[in-house]
Design a protein around this ligand. Structure first.
Ligand code: NDP
Length: 247
């Protein structure tokens, strides 16, 4: 583990850190010497990851969190603020991708994507922005997607949520002179994202493409680590990181 000076060590909250990109980001930022605070619904996973990070010399704790609940997200941020005295970075990473054609009318899946991917990101911003504004510093990292840049059949609603996250991030960036805003837009990345929900045929096709193309979650975590490591006056506004072979 690196040991940055107290000044450089940050308090970093990460939603959706029980698997995939969030888990890799927690490992990477803890290895960089930051205090990570993990949040997701599967609290057993968070406890196990927290133990592993601590066993490796890092600093981690965790809290069960459903990003669709503003109360949960506020509690997550406020508890960290009380415990550590500040929140330096929020990584809004939690997301779901139950894909299907629009005419399949899987309305529950649409609502889940809106609630987790978009509303969850807004909840994260609502929870930390007042704390960051009061200090005049902070960094919000929103995980969007290459699906925030192009639309594909079966992904219309997922893309709509990710385009929205990118638009929201750009608006927040323009309104902020003291808070850094970063969008991380990955392409196919190894994770559990394609394992849950949506049309089973679409899910199998995405899983096959991902198995063929996907880059490790640690490469996305490295991009987040890069953005976090920049000086306060440098805003890495967006990083798109995808497999070389992805169209
Ligand atoms: P995973 O499925 O591995 O991770 C998703 C994470 O989100 C899990 O930790 C899950 O935890 C959490 N999550 C889901 N719903 C909720 C909720 N209601 N409240 C709190 N946490 C929740 O997938 P990825 O790591 O791939 O996904 C991370 C982000 O990366 C997502 O925003 C995704 O859209 C984005 N992304 C991923 C790409 C890929 O190819 N993998 C490409 C582009 C973007 P739990 O179930 O324990 O709550």
């Amino acid at each position: 583990m690196n040991s940055p000076s107290t000044d450089e060590s940050k308090i970093v909250l990460i939603t959706g850190s029980s698997s995939g990109i969030g888990e890799a980001t927690a490992r990477r930022l803890a290895a960089d010497g930051h205090q990570v605070v993990l949040g997701a619904r599967r609290v057993d996973r968070l406890a196990a990851l927290s133990d592993k990070i601590r066993a490796a010399g890092g600093r981690a704790d965790y809290q069960q969190l459903d990003v669709t609940s503003i109360d949960d997200v506020r509690n997550f941020a406020e508890r960290a603020h009380q415990r550590y005295g500040r929140v330096d970075v929020l990584v809004n990473n939690a997301g779901v991708m139950p894909l299907s054609r629009v005419d399949a009318l899987r309305v529950d899946d649409w609502n889940q994507m809106i609630d987790v991917n978009l509303r969850g990101t807004l909840h994260g911003i609502a929870a930390v922005l007042p704390l960051m504004r009061a200090r005049g510093a902070g960094h919000i990292v929103n995980v969007a997607s290459t699906s925030a840049h192009r639309v594909d059949p079966t992904a219309a609603v997922y893309c709509a949520t990710k385009y929205a996250v990118r638009a929201l991030s750009e608006g927040l960036r323009q309104e902020s002179r003291d808070i850094r805003v970063t969008v991380i837009s990955p392409g196919y990345t190894h994770s559990e994202l394609a394992d849950h929900g949506g049309d089973p045929e679409v899910r199998a096709a995405v899983r096959a493409a991902s198995d063929q193309l996907a880059i490790p979650a640690s490469t996305v975590a490295d991009a987040i680590g890069y953005a976090v490591a920049q000086p306060e006056n440098v805003d890495v506004s967006e990083v798109i990181i995808r497999p070389t072979a992805q169209g």
